[in-house]
Ligand binder design. Structure first.
Ligand code: HEM
Ligand SMILES: [Cu+2]
Length: 595
């Protein structure tokens, strides 16, 4: 059973409230402040990643034309014209920033930190110092990746997947000088930060639950965070080790990933004898599980939001828990689906194909359970609810295209086309990013004690929802016609010239999509200071976090939380209200049912 929080409070005496600004907001040990630090840092990187995407879209719409406004910033000294090597830099860094500096740290770092202790009834994380370090280890990463834009040759150009030999050979591309080395260092530091976080999350969730908070009374958000932490702990060391191997190939002349007799720019390489494919295996052994690191917490958050605003219990709670675990388990044996065209034995390809398709089963269970949760509910279409419903519908589109791609014969045809780009933007942007927005609108009152404006939230939602579909849906069509990804000027080939107009449409929608996010930014900062006061439980939700003050003070709860039931008891016949908080004692028996 869990440890009583009162005991642990004493152990956390070292971070008693302090008036010093530095201690409170900078070197804070409080999980809530660390969560907000992650939130603000990742939102800043979100805008950097967005600007890089604008550069990509400009080039695809108006190839080689100087880009107005942003051109000089993104294209360097070429007078606003995006050079070919600059284009590869844009795609590489857009993906790197979005994946390693936005999606992963916003889910685990921002929401994980802020919510885990609050939702399980603890006063903080198990090891607050480790928690603080996990944020501060992001700063070397910010520094390395940020500075890589300014070194000779510019930032990395080997793709976010960093495939050798391109990424290992210094002469291969301008950005494979220091840019690529800084990329490797940056990603390694993100990895170290995530590993520290994940150990802390697992320990906290296992050890520090309030009395009565059994594992099967945890909200799905916590299950999502827990399984994600397990994935991180087991998959990240592989990427970190591979990153060190690539660094040593680049810096001290080893040849882990360089084949014998490789040539670069007409000169033979000094080292060799290694295997470029080895990197692909190591990279995807991490990065396939990583796509679940990028969605399981979002699935958890969406489950909680859906249940709250459908005013109904989450449909099939235990199957949801098992399917998250199933997705995570299967996620370790499917990495080869990224390598169907690498020349692998078709027998092996077959196993990867079948195991990948099996992921559709737990994914479908989750989808049906979300629909089951909505079915017959008294749905309240608040802004967070709209984002959550959108997550479910967009995840269906992204999941379905995943199944097509999982079929080897189909994937050989569409690999490295815009079909892939469409797929992962549907799961990552239309899916996870929408869940993140939903999560921000939902937990904002707890974070800052004030409400965000709901009407402007709906305007933000509608524009984002429509525009993102205009941006990403046509990419399926481009992909089916073979339109290649990561190529600065596909129109160089006659066959793709007729696709220019589709691309211009996509680009204009993308520019508008980016611009419409300013509504969110203004709403966010305005509400932080001037929004109406929220009170403890503005959504009339059951979760434990809503019983704490908004924002919660040091140590989170001003009472000792005792948990009597799961978080989804909406519309219970036992009470008159349509919600039944986890801490409200049942009428007849006042002793917690401790199983
Ligand atoms: C039903 C579940 C899913 C299936 C069957 C599936 C299948 C696939 C396959 C086969 C590929 C490789 C295609 C290729 O490169 O030729 C792929 C790529 C990708 N998937 Fe999924 N996927 C699923 C869900 C997800 C989710 C939930 C995410 C992220 C949240 C995701 C993110 C990605 C990314 C980022 C890539 C592209 C990697 C790259 O080459 O840059 N997928 N997916
Ligand atoms: Cu994958």
């Amino acid at each position: 059973m869990s440890t009583v929080t009162a005991d642990t409070h004493a152990a956390h005496g070292e971070h008693a409230p302090t008036s010093s600004f530095l201690k409170t907001y900078v070197f804070s040990l409080d999980h809530k402040i660390i969560g907000l630090q992650f939130l603000f840092s990742t939102l800043i990187w979100f805008s950097v990643g967005g600007l890089l995407a604008m550069g990509i879209r400009w080039q695809l719409a108006y190839p080689w034309r100087p880009m107005p406004l942003l051109g000089n910033l993104l294209a360097g000294p070429e007078g606003g014209q995006i050079a070919p090597e600059n284009y590869t830099m844009l795609v590489t860094m857009h993906a790197t920033v979005m994946i390693f500096f936005v999606i992963i740290p916003i889910l685990a770092g921002a929401f994980g930190n802020f919510l885990i202790p609050l939702m399980i009834g603890a006063d903080d994380m198990a090891v607050p110092v480790l928690n603080m370090l996990s944020y501060w280890f992001m700063w070397p990463a910010f520094f390395f990746i940020g500075s890589s834009f300014f070194v000779e040759g510019g930032a990395a150009q080997g793709g976010w997947t960093s495939y050798p030999p391109l990424s290992v050979i210094q002469q291969a591309a301008p950005g494979s000088l220091e840019g690529q080395t800084l990329w490797l260092l940056g990603v390694t530091f993100v990895g170290i930060s995530s590993m520290m976080g994940s150990i802390n999350y697992m320990t906290t969730i296992i050890q520090m639950r309030a009395p009565g908070m059994t594992m099967f009374r945890l909200p799905m958000t916590i299950w999502g965070m827990f399984i994600t932490a397990v994935l991180q702990a087991f998959a990240l060391p592989v990427l970190t080790a591979a990153g060190f191997m690539q660094l040593s190939d680049r810096m001290i002349g080893t040849g882990f990933f360089l084949p014998e007799g490789a040539m670069a720019n007409n000169s033979p390489m000094e080292t060799g004898g290694g295997q470029p494919l080895l990197w692909q295996h190591l990279f995807w052994f991490y990065s396939h599980p990583a796509v679940y690191i990028m969605i399981l917490p979002a699935m958890g958050m969406v489950s909680d939001i859906l249940s709250t605003f459908a005013r109904k219990p989450l449909f099939g709670y235990k199957p949801m828990v098992y399917s998250i675990s199933g997705i995570a388990g299967l996620g370790f044996i499917v990495w080869g689906h990224h390598m169907f065209v690498s020349g692998m034995n078709p027998m092996l390809g077959m196993t990867f194909m079948v195991s990948t398709m099996m992921i559709a089963l737990p994914s479908a269970i989750k989808t049906f359970n979300w629909l089951g949760t909505l079915w017959g509910g008294k749905i309240q279409f608040t802004t967070p609810m709209l984002f959550a419903i959108s997550f479910v519908s967009m995840f269906i589109i992204g999941g379905l295209s995943g199944i097509f791609m999982a079929a080897t014969p189909v994937d050989i045809f569409i690999h490295d086309t815009y079909y892939i780009v469409a797929h992962f933007h549907y799961v990552l942007f239309c899916g996870t990013a929408m869940a993140v927005f939903g999560g921000i609108y939902y937990w904002f009152p707890k974070m800052f004690g004030r409400m965000m404006n709901d009407s402007w939230g709906k305007v933000h939602f509608s524009l984002t929802f429509i525009l993102m579909n205009c941006v990403f849906y046509p990419m399926h069509i481009l992909g089916m016609q073979g339109f290649p990804r990561r190529l600065a000027d596909p129109y160089h080939y006659e066959t793709f010239r007729n696709l220019l107009e589709v691309n211009q449409f996509i680009s204009w929608c993308a520019f508008l999509l980016m611009a419409s996010q300013s509504i969110f930014v203004v709403n966010f900062f305005y509400s932080m200071f001037f929004g109406p006061r929220a009170g403890r439980n503005p959504w009339k939700a059951n979760g434990l976090e809503w019983q704490a003050p908004s924002p919660p003070g040091h140590g989170n709860f001003d009472f000792q939380p005792i948990i009597y039931r799961g978080p989804y008891e909406y519309g219970s016949p036992e009470v008159d209200e349509d919600y039944y908080p986890q801490t409200q004692p049942p009428k007849e028996k006042a002793i917690p049912n401790d199983q």
